[in-house]
Design a protein around this ligand. Sequence first.
Ligand SMILES: Nc1nc2c(ncn2[C@@H]2O[C@H](COP(=O)(O)OP(=O)(O)O)[C@@H](O)[C@H]2O)c(=O)[nH]1
Ligand SMILES: [Mg+2]
Length: 406
Amino acid sequence: MQHYSRLLGIVGKPNVGKSTFFSAATLVPAEIANYPFTTIKPNRGVGYVRTPCVCREFGVKDNPMNSMCLDGVRLIPVEFIDCAGLVPGAWQGRGLGNQFLDEIRKADVLIHIVDASGGTDCEGRICKPGEHDPVEDVKFLEREITMWMASILKKDWPKIARTAESGAKDLLTILEERLSGLAIKRVHIFEAVRRTGLNAEKPTAWSEEDFLRFIDALRQIAKPALIAANKIDVPPAEENLERLKKLNYIVVPCCAEAELALRRAAEKNLIDYKPGDSDFKINSPEKLTESQLRALEAIREKVLLKYGSTGVQEAINAAYFKLLNMIVVYPVENLERLSDHNGRVLPDAYLVPHGTTARELAYLIHTELGESFIYAIEARERKRVGEDYILKNRDVISIVSAKKRA
Ligand SMILES: Nc1nc2c(ncn2[C@@H]2O[C@H](COP(=O)(O)OP(=O)(O)O)[C@@H](O)[C@H]2O)c(=O)[nH]1
Ligand SMILES: [Mg+2]
């Protein structure tokens, strides 16, 4: 399924709230406990990006198939991995280092969960809130990933550099082959060379520092990350949030625990709450205990009113829409009804990278549709567009092909 194809890794040291975030985002119970290494097995699950559906704009009642539409809010599935907790020295195989790296290897984008309250030390052991500096955790994760990527190439680097200069194979091709298992693509390598201004024709002339600078750029490009400043409900977090914001990252204040509580209550229909909402409505107060009501009110006051949301959905959305630069498009067959051939209105919402063309979308839907593509019609302006048309966010698009689809 193409819209699952960008994998989001939830990363960070132990005890910061990764599994809580993961459970909330996927609402599948994962182990949640107060000690390091809880997440022993890779935890995969399906979460959602949230986007205003085009159904309201077009004035239609939709019948979503590959996604959901709740009150005009489209939720499109994406795949998550709850990674093992990272401890210092992982790249040398410490702790669950190897497992962590094996998981991060597959991820296309990362949400770095940080304990913004500073209540866990650098290995994830509980300490007094405010005692640990979460800015250190950000630096540490960067270093671990960079050192790991460097260690994969380091040993063979002189040989790689010589081969590249011998003309047998260019540097990009060699690195592409070496790094293909890390979800690192040629465009990423190309961009890292460009950004560092290094000469890809003359890698033997790169200094050790050049090499590390290149790897660090490659990490930022191939494993883009944002910071979820979690445990924002614990007082020292507010101050730390400001300091985290000074780093070169998207930083989202977050309360994973609150999101989990809200989604669980919504699942039981006790409250009306959609992932990412800025408030909730209590449906049946009589079914809630006094302490449950108090807990919900506390979430409203300390988190929702203060920060606008719990941040969980906002972080997920930012990962796909900002870091990966993806857009949402709605392919339809029948332009009059905006439906598929079974009459289902706006059945699918596709999450695709910005820059995807009409023909590429056709291929994503079905190889045959791509092969027999003639032209497409963009439904909003009823405009005929060619194969090179670059899709825009919220486009509703009908593909006309030489072949009638079964
Ligand atoms: N106060 C507060 N505690 C949280 C939050 N998110 C998680 N926790 C708690 O932090 C501890 C570790 O959470 P867990 O999800 O197991 O962390 P992981 O080791 O990173 O997967 C648990 O006791 C959670 O209940 C939050 O937003 N606020
Ligand atoms: Mg965990």
